[in-house]
Each structure stands twice: as C-alpha cells, then as structure tokens.
Design a protein around this ligand. Structure first.
Ligand SMILES: Nc1ncnc2c1ncn2[C@@H]1O[C@H](COP(=O)(O)OP(=O)(O)OP(=O)(O)O)[C@@H](O)[C@H]1O
Length: 611
C-alpha cells in the first residue's frame, strides 16, 4: 500500500473543498488525481473557485484595509505623517542633488577663471556685470558707469570679490597685479552705501599717497551715477588740519594712508567720528604689514586705532593684494570672522602678461653700459626704471638727462607738488622714462607701460612681482629686464623661480643656486651698498678687480696673514692715495692757520700786557 491508497482509505466519504485545489497543485506527496475524479469534482471546483476568488478578493480588500490601518497606525506614531515624511525626504534628496549640481557648475566656472575660494557658503561668481542688477538690485546707473569705464567683462577677482562683499562677507583677496582689484572693492561699496549721509561710511587705507590719489580718482569715476562724496586725505600741514577734518566729515568714502589718517585722529583739535564706517578696505595689505618688527607694530598700532574708532558692529573688512604673506593671513584669521579667501591664479606669482629677462651686468659700470645699449637699440616708451634708493635715483637721473633722454625722477625727497606733476606728465606721455624708487612699486597704474627696468635688483621676490606688475596691466602685454651683479646672487634664485613660474625662460643654474636665508633676510632689510652711478667710474679702478689681483699676488708669494693685510692696506692706500694726500694737505693747511692765529693772539696779549 502506497501513500495514495492510505490517503484514499482515510478520506473515504469526505469532501475537501480546498484540498481539491491543493491536490492539483501539489502532487509531490499525492499522486495526480485521475481524470474521471476530476470530472466528478469539476462542478465543485468551479464553485470553489468562485468562493476562493471572493475569498481572495475579500482577503485582498481586507489586507488593503489592514495596510491602510497599518499606515494610519504609522501616521499616528509621534504625530509624524510618515507618508508625507517620505515625500519630503524625496524632495530634499532632489534638492540636495540640485544644489550639488549647482555647486559643481559654480566650481567649474571658478576653475575656468582661475578662482579659488576658501570659506563657508561662498556666493556664486559673477557671470557678467548685468547679473549685478538681477541678483543684487544694483542700480542700472552704476552698472552703466562700470561699462562706460571700459569694463565690459568682470575680471576674475571682480567676479568673486564683488558678490562676496555685496553679501556682506569679509574678504582676503589675492589676485595678480593689474587685475582690477580697485574696482573689485569699489563697486560693492558704492552699491551698499546707498544714498549719501555724510560722515565716512567706507574707509580705504593704502601704503602711499600716490596710490591713495589713484584710488580716489577711480572712486570718483565709478561713483559718477551716485550722489556719494569721495575724498582723499591730502597733506596734513597744521594750517590745513581743520580743512581736512571738514572734508572727511562731509565724505561718504575716504581714502588715506594710515599715517595721515592717524595723525588727524590724534589731533586734540580734530573731531572725526568713524562710528558709521561699514567697510574698511586695506589695499596692498601685505605691504602695510611688512618690514621690521618695529615698522610692523607701527602699522598694527595704527590699524588697531582705526578699528577701535570704527566701533560699529556692522563694520566689515576687505584686504587685498597681489601677494600674500603669512603675517596677513594670521592677522586675518584672528580678526576677520567668517572671512572668505579669494585667490586668483597662483599665489605670489608674477603676471604672465610680462615677458621677463635677467641680465648679468658684471658691475655698476656694466649696468650703465647695458642701459645705454637698450636706449641705442630703441626703447619703446613709457619705461619705468627702478633703483634701490633716492640717492641712486638722483644719480641715474643726472646721467640720463645728459644723454638727452626724455626722463624724470620721483622719490620721497621731492615735494608733493613735484611728485604729482611727474606722475601726471608720465601718464600723459610728456615723460618717456621715469626713474623711481620702491615708492612707485605698489599699486600704481600707468596705462600701457611697455618696459620695466630693474636697474637695481629688487630686495625680494615679492618686491619683484609688484615692480614688474607695473607693466602688463588690464590684459596688455609688457616687458621687464632685471640687471644683476655679483652682489645680488643672494636673491637670484627666488626671483629666477618667479620668472620661470610665470612661463619665461631662465638659465637652469640660477634655479640650482644655494639659498642662504640669512643673506636673503639681510638683503630685505638693507640693500647692498653699491658704487655710485657715474660715468666717471669707468676711469676709476674696479675695487673687486683689485681685490682679485691682490688675492693672486698673495697666493703667489704665499705671505703670512699679517703681510697679506699690510699688502692690502698698502693697496687700499694706493687706491685712495689722491684723496688721502688731499686730506693730509688740508689738515696741514688748517693746522698752519690755527698756529698763525694763536701766534697773533699771543702777540696781541703781550702787547696789551706791555701797555
Ligand atoms: N573689468 C575690467 N575690464 C577692463 N579693465 C579693467 C577692469 N577692471 C579694471 N580694469 C583696469 O585695469 C587696470 C588695473 O586695475 P587696478 O589698478 O585696479 O589693478 P590692481 O589689481 O589693483 O593692480 P595692483 O596689484 O598692481 O595694485 C586699471 O587701468 C583699470 O582701469
């Protein structure tokens, strides 16, 4: 007896409504039902099918009802509607995705323009100036003025700095020389100040008077469509103090050097309130922070005084420069909450619009010869020539004026009026070659400077970047030639690296030179002493040649140290022989005169005594 027979016996006379289906469906345990049996039960089956259908329908509706019930139960958990929660999550996810895509798009746009930012919630960069109206409600008048200045497209620093400042964010911006940083801070200030109120609400500090005047001129130009009043703190003679005070009190935007502003603030008779200042801009920030510890503390003290005077809580800071130093970054970290760092291109790099070259000149005579050669080959004005001190500026000026070159000179010893006249003449092309000191190295915007000549090697790579940046501005190309001698080797490698970085060629050996940090620091503090710039020098013996000759002589005869020294001393005496003899003669003549006077006085005394 198999399982089927047992099942039959056991189920004799019984009807299994559901089992029938089960039998059909499950024949693994039970044998398949025979055909006749199926036919007998067919009727029952169809009835049952209906039942089961209605049952399944019922069950479905029941389970639906149950799931509804479950849903209702879930909806009641903590009063949160789960269904809606899911929808909300979905929506949030899609919003997140949208945001991510938007951020990616913004980053791609920034990359295209060489903009890097560090900070939280950085506003999107500007696509064009008209976006200022749609995004920030900037007046049509201001946008039109910007365009009238010839600014059709924002420069990279303007694309990022303007929205940041319009959203009231503090910035630390580093962008190449000549890339339009001035308009980058002026445009948002001009919009955010609204109608004029009187009493400074924006204060712009920069290192030199020339730069202050330049920023002031740009502010005047850009504010043409507004009624805002701009002023620059001019010379602060005692007689003018009251006049300056009145001007500042009436102005909305004030441009000054820190020295002049603090001088005025410290006058007992002067009452200037900086309470309403909303924007404090520090242009060429790293220059103001640079220098010896004393100089640094000078500016820091001044800055602290100004910050204290701008007591308002709404005060925001913007610091800009073409170069970035750790001192500025550190200060910004401590004093600028929520600051956004904006960097365009590579940090501390020279503009790639300037073709740069290094020229070894041997000695000071070599420099003058090289300069004259450049003139002979044909200089394309305007040309800026940098020297390391005002004395050397005067010396070179004397040399070049005798060569018949259309040249002038600017340095700290000239009066303000002379300085202003020189700058104006150079701007309009009356002067072709302008000799200057580091004074003009920062920020000054002479349109179309074709060539910068570093007659004296710059004291640092930073100074080099700013000097050559006087050419190659606002998209125009330029050239820079830097003379160097043996005295400048200490800084050669760092400057050669800057040149190489900006895409120009430099001999490989320069990049391999050993760095001496102490020597570099020394050179930054004090420029090397150089022979006077003078054609007469050519007739004088070269001291270095003499020293070299002495060394050869000393080596040949192998004398002892003391003999060597005496030999050098003797040589020194020969070099300065004429001067020393002259000096000796003068001393003897003076001595004789004194003796004669004494003799005469003694004679008179004796006469009187005799009388
Ligand atoms: N969007 C623009 N399109 C064309 N030219 C511009 C634009 N913005 C500014 N300029 C021009 O570029 C020149 C350089 O501008 P600016 O003096 O502000 O440069 P900078 O970045 O401050 O340079 P530096 O670091 O040397 O001080 C100026 O002549 C200015 O008129």
């Amino acid at each position: 007896m198999d399982a089927y027979d047992i099942f039959k016996k056991l189920t004799k006379g019984l009807t299994f409504k559901h089992r029938v289906l089960g039998v059909n469906n499950n024949n693994t345990l039970l044998k398949p039902v025979k055909k006749e049996e199926i036919e007998i039960k067919q009727e029952q089956i169809s009835d049952n099918e209906e039942d089961s259908q209605s049952l399944s329908e019922h069950t479905a509706s029941e389970s639906e009802g149950q799931s509804d019930q479950e849903d209702n139960d879930l909806q009641l958990i903590d009063g949160v509607k789960v269904g809606k929660k899911k929808k909300k999550e979905k929506k949030e996810k899609s919003e997140d995705l949208k945001k991510k895509l938007l951020l990616e798009e913004q980053n791609r746009f920034r990359n295209e323009h060489g903009i890097k930012t560090v900070g939280r919630h950085v506003p999107a960069a500007l696509q064009d100036f008209s976006e200022l109206m749609s995004r920030y409600n900037v007046s049509q008048g201001l946008v039109d003025t910007v365009r009238e200045c010839g600014y059709t497209e924002p420069t990279p620093v303007q694309r990022q700095a303007i929205p940041c400042m319009l959203e009231d964010r503090q910035i630390l911006a580093c962008a190449p020389t000549g890339s339009g940083k001035t308009a980058a801070f002026l445009v948002p200030i001009l919009h955010s100040l609204g109608p004029p109120q009187g009493g400074p609400r924006a204060l712009i500090l920069c290192p030199t008077r020339e730069l202050a005047h330049q920023i002031y001129r740009e502010a005047l130009r850009l504010s043409a469509s507004t009624l805002l009043r701009c002023s620059v703190v001019k010379n602060i003679k005692e007689s003018k103090v009251k006049e300056r005070e009145a001007t500042i009190r009436k102005s909305d935007i004030v441009v000054s050097t820190p020295n002049r502003l603090c001088y005025l603030l410290n006058q007992d008779t002067v009452n200037i309130s900086l309470d309403k200042v909303r924007w404090l801009v520090i242009d060429e920030a790293d220059k103001l922070f640079e220098g010896s510890a004393d100089q640094q503390s000078d500016f820091r003290q001044q800055l602290e005084q100004v910050l204290a005077a701008c007591g308002g809580r709404a005060r925001r800071l913007a610091m800009l420069s073409a170069t970035h130093t750790p001192a500025v970054a550190k200060w910004a970290r401590h004093h600028m909450r929520g600051v956004i760092n904006v960097t365009v291109g590579q940090r501390n790099a020279a503009t790639n619009l300037v073709d740069q070259k290094l020229l070894f000149c041997g000695n000071e005579n070599g420099k003058l010869v090289a300069f004259r050669q450049l003139v002979q080959e044909g200089l394309k004005p305007p040309v800026l020539v940098f020297v390391q001190s005002k004395d050397r500026a005067k010396q070179l000026f004397k040399e070049l004026i005798y060569d018949g070159i259309n040249v002038d000179v600017i340095h700290a010893d000239r009066t303000q009026m002379q300085r202003d006249n020189v700058v104006r003449s150079f701007r309009v092309g009356r002067i072709w070659v302008l000799i200057c000191t580091e004074l003009m190295g920062r920020g000054i915007d002479f349109r179309g400077v074709n060539l910068v000549i570093n007659y004296d090697f710059p004291p640092s790579a930073i100074a080099y970047i700013h000097r050559v940046g006087r050419a190659g501005r606002a998209g125009q190309k330029g050239r820079a030639i830097t003379f160097f001698t043996q005295d400048d080797i200490g800084n050669l490698r760092s400057i050669a690296s800057v040149i190489k970085q900006s895409g120009c060629e430099v001999p490989e050996y320069m990049l391999q030179l050993k760095q001496n940090p102490n020597k570099r620091k020394k050179l930054m503090k004090k420029a090397p002493s150089r022979d006077k710039i003078s054609t007469i020098l050519e007739k004088r013996p070269d001291k270095r040649k003499l020293d070299a000759a002495n060394a050869v002589i000393a080596d040949k005869s192998k004398p002892t140290d003391s003999i060597k020294n005496s030999k050098n001393n003797k040589q020194r005496k020969i070099v300065n022989g004429n001067t020393q003899n002259k000096h000796k003669k003068e001393v003897t003549e003076k001595g004789n005169k004194v003796k004669k006077r004494k003799k005469k006085a003694l004679g008179n005394k004796n006469k009187k005594a005799g009388n």
